[in-house]
Design a protein around this ligand. Structure first.
Ligand code: MOS
Length: 674
């Protein structure tokens, strides 16, 4: 199937959050702190308020009353203390967006008592501490067996430090909200979100309203990658601004503002120690992670969690340490945890293969476990080895040069690399309704399509259960007024929503009425106890210019085992999208922070480089048939995030194979290779 809303999108009829035509709208502009730490000592909006077209200014000097929504980043304008550069300190409301921005930039006099911010992540930072949990609720530390004994017994060992930088999500559609207060005191938000229902609940708490007095509409969303998985401060600002102005308010963040206000992936410093016997079987795995959070909240990326499921070993230790810096709170970004963690683990596995003189595919095969390495639960299904074998076949891996740095084509060094991918399978309670109408069906669920193709996949799921053609099924999503459903995150949308839709459609067929509903709370709560994960293998070929150090990825292949693939066209798009993002992470993406002032130095698409079409000439995704009866009625695993996991390691391993040079800190820039 092609996307059901595709024609609307390519003809411009699909309405995104900022585009709703609400009468009498005013415009809000978020004002941000220009120091990295300290407090506001004076704030004068007199000049701004005197500018024609300016309606009002709300600032932290006169804090609006807010409730606790559980996320300190949403407690906007509550304090004059500055936690990080770019924190919201005010909102200007005006007749046009241009006037609001001009007034914010020229009409405010703000004075600070500034202190030097602490923004540098270091492995020896005195503020490092061990959190109890990492996201979403894993123990921060696990240990089984004797790691030191395992390393002492090993024939070959690796002990290296890998680093990943700050990364920004950069969804194509900037974050935007329109806030409309109705005469009866209820609030409607047109918002670019990954979860209309979850956003409604949180926004309502922050504003001190019952949830049924808030409605969030997100019919079309231009990407999120996690940055729209939680409400961001501008949504609260828009609601406050609209209340103060007595008019609807439209508030969009600029691309530059998104860098400070919509989250980012924490940088990591990861020490990995591996030991193996002469046949390549692991004797010990030790993964220690240092990462950052803010002074406002603890966000603990689950960086070492994937290491607990990957390879068989008698001794396994994983641990995380955090430091609170004067930075925005890190947040969700595509495959949080797995993405940076698997760069480190899969790079280290490649180094181990080199140390053993062993093929890196074979090293992974001999270490494939029978059960979850940490915890011992059986896997519902695990086909990493099949992915490695199928990928090796398609990629012609057998022709690979045995030694690194020996193939030169013109002035280009050519090499290949491999890495594993993995992502957990989650499912959350959701509800749905289905109604027979005009010879067809209308399915309603508070799901959302953030560009994944969810609306289309759900149409297909419903059509299959109903025995109808997809054209006969209309799926209505993107509104918190629809039957409550989980958010689009954790690669669990299709599994969660598809279960609810399946059950509702089954009920309609069984009862034969006009309409049926289903709620999966009980079914999801009674899920059998298995380790459920999708797996994959990624293969990369790179060409490294021997004079300039420029790296071009000439081939990228991912082979995935993710249960039943519901819709091949959409699935391929998800996989290659993730891999493309992984390519950007490998070679280009890095947000620099100024250690003196605490601000992000590159904060737009001119200076933060993401992979573009010319960077990805040949990316292919494939999958193996995987039957798993322990997942959900569709037999599917999530596919939105696994594509990015392992890509950076596969490319880094290929760069090593091409050049003999191991780069352990991303991105792999020409300077690091030269
Ligand atoms: Mo995704 S980072 O689980 O929204």
């Amino acid at each position: 199937m092609s996307r059901v809303e595709g024609p609307d999108k390519v003809t411009g009829r699909a309405t995104y959050a900022f585009e709703y035509d609400v009468p009498e709208a005013a415009y809000g502009y978020a004002v941000q702190a220009t120091v990295g730490k300290g407090r506001i000592t004076a704030f004068d909006a007199g000049e701004a308020l005197a500018m024609p077209g300016v309606l009002t200014v709300i600032s932290a000097m006169d804090p609006p009353e807010l409730g606790d929504g559980g996320d300190p980043e949403l407690a906007v304008l509550q304090a004059t203390e500055i936690a990080y550069h770019g924190q919201v300190i005010a909102v200007v409301v005006a007749e046009t967006q241009e006037i609001a921005r001009a007034a914010a930039e020229t009409g405010l006099r703000v004075e600070y008592a500034a202190e030097r911010p602490d923004v540098g992540l270091r492995a020896d930072h005195p503020g490092l501490y061990a959190p109890e949990k990492v996201n979403p609720a894993y123990p921060a530390r696990t240990e089984k067996g004797d790691v030191e004994a395992g390393l002492a017994d090993a024939v070959a060992t690796v002990d290296e430090v890998y680093r990943t930088p700050i990364l920004h999500n950069n969804a194509m559609e900037p974050h935007a909200t329109i806030a409309v207060w109705e005469p009866d005191g209820t609030l409607t938000l047109y918002d670019s979100t990954q979860g209309p229902g979850t956003h409604r609940d949180i926004v309502a708490k922050v504003l001190g309203l019952p949830p049924d007095q808030v409605r969030v509409i997100s019919r079309h969303v231009g990407g999120g990658f996690g940055s729209k998985g939680t409400p961001r401060p501008h949504a609260i600002l828009a609601a406050l601004a609209a209340r103060a102005a007595g008019r609807p308010v439209k508030l969009a963040l600029t691309r530059q503002q998104m860098y400070d206000m919509t989250g980012y992936r924490t940088p990591t410093i990861q020490r990995i120690r591996l030991g193996a016997d002469a046949r390549g079987r692991l004797t010990a795995v030790d993964h220690h992670v240092v990462e950052q959070t803010s002074t406002l909240a603890e966000f603990a990326e689950q960086t070492a969690v994937a290491t607990r499921v990957m390879y068989a070993t008698p001794a396994l230790r994983t641990a995380h340490q955090l430091v609170r810096l004067n930075v925005p709170t890190p947040s969700w970004m595509r495959a949080p945890g797995e993405t940076p963690g698997m760069f480190a683990l899969e790079s280290a596995m490649d180094e181990l293969a080199v140390a053993l003189g062993m093929d890196p595919v074979e090293l992974r095969v001999v270490n494939d476990p029978d059960a979850e390495p940490q915890g011992g639960r059986p896997f519902s299904s695990r086909n990493l080895v099949a992915c490695l074998r199928e990928g090796a076949r398609r990629f012609h891996w057998a022709r690979r040069d045995p030694e690194p740095g020996i193939r030169l084509e013109g002035r280009w060094l050519v090499g290949t690399g491999v890495a594993s991918s993995t992502y957990p399978v989650y499912r959350r309670p959701s509800s749905a309704s289905v109604r027979a109408r005009d010879g067809g069906y209308v399915v309603r669920i508070g799901a959302v399509d953030i560009g994944t193709g969810a609306r289309t996949a759900l149409t297909r799921i419903a059509a299959e259960v109903l025995g109808a053609a997809p054209e006969q099924v209309e799926v209505e999503i993107g509104d918190s007024a629809l039957p409550p459903a989980s958010l689009a995150g954790g690669s669990m949308g299709t599994a969660s929503w598809g279960t609810a839709i399946t059950r509702a459609c089954e009920a309609l067929l069984k009862d034969g009425g006009e309409e049926a509903t289903a709620d999966t709370a009980e079914e999801v709560a009674n899920t059998a106890d298995f380790a459920r994960h999708a797996f994959g293998a990624q293969f990369a070929e790179v060409r490294v210019n021997a004079d300039t150090g420029e790296v071009r990825v000439s081939r990228l292949l991912g082979v995935f085992a993710a249960g039943r693939i519901i819709e091949p066209t959409l699935a391929r798009s998800q996989f290659i999208g993730g891999m493309t993002m992984g390519l950007g992470m490998a070679l280009m993406e890095e947000t620099y922070i100024d250690e003196r002032f605490g601000d992000f130095l590159n904060h737009d698409l001119a200076q933060y480089h993401i992979a573009a079409c010319a960077d990805v000439p040949d990316v292919e995704a494939a999958w193996i048939d995987e039957e798993d009866p322990y997942l959900n009625p569709m037999g599917s695993k999530g596919i939105g995030e696994i594509g990015i996991v392992g890509t950076a390691a596969a490319i880094a391993n290929a760069v090593h194979h091409a050049t003999g040079r191991r780069v352990r800190d991303l991105p792999i820039t020409p300077a690091k290779l030269l």
